[in-house]
Write a protein that binds this ligand. Structure first.
Ligand SMILES: Cc1ncc(COP(=O)(O)O)c(C=O)c1O
Length: 366
């Protein structure tokens, strides 16, 4: 068996043709037809009026926070179990990151804990739809409304996920996505912000492009950023977006094969799906009862010796030295026992069987 990586993009002739067309057109920077098509078609896919491309998902998040005028003195609530970019994008603005524990089933932020963390300085909540499962947006929106808070969905890992039939990215004031190479669709590096709010849309575009005055070229009254996506990246993104249905369908199939082969084994838990949710299974999640961090690392090493790549669940953000400690027992426990398994489009059924046989063999050895 060849080494099985944790992820790899699915590149077909379509992706090659669109990127080649973009290069040949001479529109290699941030103007060009693929940028416009990507924004229009992605907004259509998510179900929002607007979409704004960005150079990556972290930049998209940073733009979303800045465009809501959030900064020093403000607090922003995020889940403790997420990729560090969620926290960093808040920290860049000078606002304070407040980490809150997650729900053990969805792995997403726990709305009851959010309510406990709200103070008179809280300005926003950033729920993260982690590993493909959407956060409980119905409860979070109700809480946000009661307290006058902004909701920025971090949907970097959940293109196509749904809450009661509505897609991630259309459920808050705005949503952000990543198109990094391991994501559900990729543009190499890339990001997107989706929203129905026209004024926010205009502000996002201004901040993305050095806040240049619309009336006077090279005149700037705010400090903006260069967070533009290139037409080359957008060409790759458009090709991937045209294939998103088949990419999402294979993700579900892959998860169901893992589920069939592993769910009978005692002490193992795979991804869940709440009754109100559509999980897109960006990454297959495996939690092993009783695992400590050390035992998990040894298990991952044993998988590697059998040519199977894996990765641990995220560390709790509040454990990082630059963020404030938080009381988050669920995030800590999940980090100890959780790993992600290979879940990419071209992973064939025989490889999934090989992975599952080896997981069981290693666990049986104790
Ligand atoms: C939850 C989450 N938020 C934000 C990001 C940032 O995206 P990017 O890597 O495109 O900057 C990522 C991805 O890597 C992510 O997983």
């Amino acid at each position: 068996m060849n080494f099985i990586p944790i992820s790899q993009p699915s590149i077909t002739q379509k992706e090659i043709d669109y990127v080649t067309d973009a290069v040949k057109s001479g529109w290699v920077s941030s103007l060009g037809k693929y940028i416009d098509i990507f924004e229009e078609k992605f907004a259509e896919f998510v179900g929002t009026r607007y979409a704004v491309t960005a150079s990556n998902g972290t930049a998209a998040l940073h733009l979303a926070v800045v465009a809501h005028d959030i900064g020093p003195g403000d607090e922003v609530i995020i889940p403790d179990l997420t990729f560090i970019a969620t926290a960093n994008a808040v920290q860049y603005t000078g606002a304070t990151v407040v980490c809150v524990d997650v729900d053990k089933d969805s792995l997403c932020i726990d709305p009851r804990k959010v309510e406990e963390a709200i103070t008179d300085r809280t300005r926003a909540i950033i729920p993260v739809h982690v590993y493909g499962h959407p956060a409980d947006m119905v409860s979070l929106r109700r809480i946000a409304q009661q307290h006058g808070l902004v909701v920025i969905e971090d949907a970097a890992e959940s293109h196509g996920a749904e809450v009661l039939g509505k897609r991630a990215g259309s459920l808050g004031n705005c949503g952000i996505f990543s198109f990094y190479g391991n994501k559900i669709i990729t543009s190499g590096e890339g990001g997107m912000i989706t929203t129905d709010d026209q004024a926010l849309y205009e502000r996002l575009k201004v901040f993305r492009d050095h806040a240049m005055s619309k009336e006077r070229r090279y005149w700037h009254e705010l400090v903006g950023f260069n967070y533009r996506m290139t037409n080359l990246q957008a060409a790759l993104g458009v090709a991937q977006l045209e294939r998103i249905d088949e990419l999402l369908e294979r993700k579900r199939e892959i998860f169901h094969i893992y589920q069939r082969l592993l769910s009978g084994y005692p002490g193992l838990r795979l991804n869940r799906e709440a009754p109100w949710a559509k999980n897109v299974y960006w990454m297959v999640c495996l939690e092993v009862e009783g695992f400590s961090g050390e035992r998990r690392d040894a298990f991952m090493e044993q998988l590697k010796q059998r040519d199977i790549d894996s990765r641990p669940y995220f560390y709790p953000v509040s454990d990082m030295p630059m963020y404030v400690d938080a009381d988050t027992p669920v995030s800590h426990e999940l980090h100890q026992r959780g790993i992600n398994l290979p879940s990419y489009f071209d992973l064939d059924d025989a490889s999934i069987e090989y992975i599952c046989e080896n997981i069981i063999a290693i666990l049986d050895e104790g």
